[in-house]
Design a protein around this ligand. Structure first.
Ligand SMILES: C[S@@+](CC[C@H](N)C(=O)[O-])C[C@H]1O[C@@H](n2cnc3c(N)ncnc32)[C@H](O)[C@@H]1O
Length: 275
């Protein structure tokens, strides 16, 4: 493991140690389809866009995605040492602040990917990270990011307006989400940094939200509190898989028809400009 930090980050150390453990037994579709369900389809999208054997950097990787370790030559980068120690099957693990540097040579990487990392980066720091991605990526290299956005979703907006302080505490500060920006603002940042947007998928545009959102909404006062407390149990067994499948279906079939600004999360596929 390469350590570029001489101290551990107080906020992130040991905060996120989650790992995606699922490993399909083969690359046949009937073995790999669960990747479509996991983490809003993040591993599925990465698999679809990046061929096996590629050199892939995962930013803010926490405990990593075991499937990526099996399919790619993976480099995991995170601030947290304890999270990096949990990773299995990645070739390299680097404890570094991606805003300061991605310690790899120019034009050597096929893709840079991340899930729920981008919203942790303050807007003024995002260009520095994208400049590093641009530097390490080969020509036509890809970025795939999944992240929370500043949303106009009716459900979230209602509670944000009702109690802005509770919203700030629960949705922003509690999770270290310093980088919420609207889908349009994010696209602007990507294009300015020299990336072409190949695909932008907004998800969770309706009242059907991840159980983690219902957990936060249950802390707001109001008549719906009991309903949200109940809804957060959808994230637990035996309902978890059924609810996740329903959420993914709505994300795939209904959400593309709704305005981009209603999305609570989005996934983008970008390509390094030829210029
Ligand atoms: C919400 S977690 C996401 C973890 C994992 N990717 C997932 O989807 O569950 C955000 C991760 O980004 C890491 N992180 C935050 N800022 C970072 C930075 N500037 N450089 C590298 N990693 C960072 C944190 O340590 C944390 O592990």
């Amino acid at each position: 493991m390469l350590r570029l930090l001489d101290h551990n980050d107080k906020f992130y150390e040991a905060a996120y140690e989650n790992q995606v453990r699922f490993l399909p037994k083969s690359e046949r579709w009937w073995r790999t389809w669960p990747l479509w369900l996991i983490n809003s389809g993040y591993p599925w999208t990465v698999r679809h866009n990046i061929p096996a054997g590629a050199i892939v950097v995962e930013l803010g990787c926490a405990g990593g995605v075991r499937y990526f370790g099996q399919r790619y030559r993976m480099v995991g980068c995170d601030l947290s040492l304890s999270s990096l120690k949990k990773i299995e099957m990645y070739e390299q693990r680097i404890q570094a602040d991606a805003a300061a540097c991605i310690p790899l040579a120019d034009n050597t990487v096929d893709a840079v990917v991340s899930s729920y990392f981008w919203e942790h980066i303050p807007p003024e720091v995002k260009p520095a990270i994208l400049a590093e991605c641009h530097r390490v990526l080969r020509p036509s290299g890809k970025i795939i990011f999944l992240y929370d956005v500043e949303t106009e979703n009716h459900l979230i907006r209602r509670y944000k307006q009702q109690d802005p302080l509770a919203y700030k505490r629960l949705f922003i500060e509690g999770d270290g989400h310093l980088g919420y920006e609207s889908p349009a603002e994010n696209l602007c940042v990507f294009e300015k940094a020299g990336f072409q947007v190949l695909k932008q998928s907004g998800m969770e545009k309706t009242w059907l939200q991840s159980p983690s959102v219902f957990k936060k909404l249950a802390e707001f006062k109001g008549m719906a509190q009991k309903l949200f407390e109940w809804a957060r149990y959808l994230g637990q067994q035996p309902w978890f898989y059924l609810y996740t499948a329903l959420l993914r279906l709505v994300d795939t079939v209904v959400c593309p028809w709704l305005p981009a600004k209603m999305a609570r999360i989005e996934m983008v596929v970008l390509e390094k400009d030829a210029r």
